[in-house]
Design a protein around this ligand. Structure first.
Ligand code: NDP
Length: 329
């Protein structure tokens, strides 16, 4: 039996998502890895429980998370049923997405109304939910009129199957267009979900400006560059790491000598700040007020705790920021 800690809201920081009424925890938990049918269910369950006990109210999923695709939603549905009965649902922000290949044939991916709305129905069934809090278009589809994709998101809200909508990994110009269309439809764009970390800075070239100007929130994924921004790869590739696992998306060839050199220097720098490298990498993102939340993954409760403790110090002096830039160049 799981009884959530009564102190769960004491220490987490909550940030307003753009101009909306929604507050998101500074750290949110994603279920892309570690929650599929290939993973240990009890471990996943203990990570979700611990996350909630420490004030993480936001859990991020997508139709295709697993592997097998769909099984992260199924497992999360089981956890919800066992651990979050009744009104506890009202303390959670659960998101799902559609955009990547989920089923065979021409209607199983991208941005058509047919795909998005069918996929949302499937996700709700897998999680045993009446609605998700946020439903995303997972990627920009250059071959579907943006109006069609945005009308499908609007429909998801009007039908009561989603409370808010978002977009993920849309480039800046398409983001602006999507925001405008959604505004006209009367369903504002709540949030954008791009990749952002010390190792991937593309959002700094226009996207963050658009989001700030339009009052749209920003939750960033892979803030630890899938684990590279930790000390775990400094002494080789651990057998239980994402890079070593067949089901892991991180490829060993991404961990180059040059990367390891940077990681090692960043790790030394984090020690001077009395933080782990993971904590410093998350704090570095959260120092920017345009970032509503960092969306982490964790394969253990220990990693989760390490990451949440980044909130103890998210301040950087200008000198520190310059020194980090020098390492990253
Ligand atoms: P991270 O960059 O936070 O990587 C998480 C992984 O890093 C963990 O699974 C673990 O890997 C390792 N790790 C985490 N914390 C520590 C620590 N303190 N010490 C050592 N290692 C650590 O994020 P993800 O890449 O997992 O992405 C997070 C979420 O973002 C996803 O779950 C998903 O919800 C979302 N996402 C969205 C996408 C989109 O297109 N919108 C695409 C990708 C992700 P290990 O197994 O090696 O222990």
């Amino acid at each position: 039996m799981y009884n959530p800690l009564s102190s769960r809201y004491d220490d987490m920081k909550y940030c307003r998502c753009g101009n909306s009424g929604i507050l998101l925890p500074a750290i949110s938990l994603g279920l892309w890895h570690n929650f599929g049918s290939v993973d240990d269910f009890a471990n996943g369950q203990s990570i979700v429980r611990r996350a909630f006990d420490r004030g993480i109210t936001h859990f991020d999923l997508a139709n295709n998370y697993g592997p097998d695709p769909g099984t992260a939603e199924e497992n999360f549905g089981k956890i919800l049923k066992e651990d979050f009965p009744g009104y506890l649902r009202d303390e959670l922000i659960i998101s799902s997405k559609a955009g990547y290949r989920m089923w065979p044939g021409p209607y199983g991916e991208w941005g058509s109304r047919k795909y998005l709305l069918s996929s949302l129905d499937q996700s709700l069934k897998r999680m045993h939910l009446d609605y998700v809090d946020i439903f995303y278009s997972h990627r920009y589809d250059p071959d579907t009129p943006l109006e069609e994709t945005m009308m499908a998101l609007d429909q998801a809200v009007r039908s009561g199957k989603a409370l808010y909508v978002g977009i993920s990994s849309y480039p800046p110009a398409e983001t602006k267009k999507a925001i405008d269309i959604l505004k006209q439809l009367g369903t504002p764009c709540l949030i954008h979900q791009p990749r952002y970390s010390m190792f991937d800075r593309w959002v700094e070239n226009g996207l963050l400006d658009v989001l700030e100007k339009e009052g749209v929130g920003c939750i960033v994924f892979s803030p630890l560059a899938q684990g590279m921004l930790t000390d775990k790869y400094l002494k080789g590739i651990p057998a239980d790491s994402r890079a070593a696992k067949d089901s892991g998306y991180l490829q060993i060839n991404e961990i180059t000598e040059e990367r390891l050199h940077q990681i090692s220097k960043l790790n030394e720098f984090a020690k001077q700040r009395k933080q782990s490298l993971a904590q410093m990498a998350l704090a570095w993102l959260l120092r920017d007020k345009r970032i509503t939340s960092v969306l982490i993954g964790a394969s253990s409760v220990k990693q989760l705790d390490d990451n949440i403790d980044s909130l103890n110090n998210i301040r950087f002096t200008n000198e520190e920021l310059k020194a980090i830039e020098a390492i990253l160049k």
